[in-house]
Design a binder for this molecule. Structure first.
Ligand code: FES
Length: 146
């Protein structure tokens, strides 16, 4: 049981309280604190990035085996909403087909997060748009196998 991201429990508790009082569910808070899919993939098959109208930026790294997304990571320079949405998106697409990921929408990610503040819903859009951009760019570069 090797958990690298153990942080000062007191600091984490304070942060959890702040996020909970601003409208984040426990699940969304856990995604934000644990950041299970934050980072890069050195031998990724596709890397794409996008900057939202708020100025926050995300990069997504996809590892593919044929049509299956075997792994994904996000680097996020952005808010708690952006980070939790990106992490939830990976849980939804890992092991799924590219088509499944292409059909993923903001509502699907919101369901996983359960609750985030209303004014943070555009952060979910940024995570989903970044994913869709990566799928488009991969297909453009490698041909549409269908
Ligand atoms: Fe920019 Fe959340 S405020 S993605």
């Amino acid at each position: 049981m090797n958990h690298e991201q153990i942080t000062d429990p007191a600091a984490t508790a304070g942060l959890q309280d702040m996020l909970a009082s601003s409208g984040y569910s426990e699940k969304a808070i856990n995604y934000y604190i644990q950041k299970p899919y934050m980072g890069s993939i050195s031998d990724a098959d596709q890397v794409s990035d996008m900057t939202g109208s708020c100025g926050d930026t995300m990069s997504i790294y996809l590892k593919l085996d044929g049509d299956i997304i075997t792994d994904a990571r996000y680097q996020v320079l952005g808010c708690a909403g952006a980070i939790s949405a990106a992490m939830a998106a990976v849980d939804l697409i890992k092991g799924k087909t590219m088509d499944y990921a292409r059909n993923l929408n903001d509502g699907d990610v919101f369901k996983v997060l359960e609750e985030i503040p209303e004014k943070k819903h555009h952060c979910i859009q940024l995570a989903v748009k970044t994913l869709h951009k990566a799928l488009d760019e991969y297909e453009n570069a490698n041909g549409n196998g269908n």
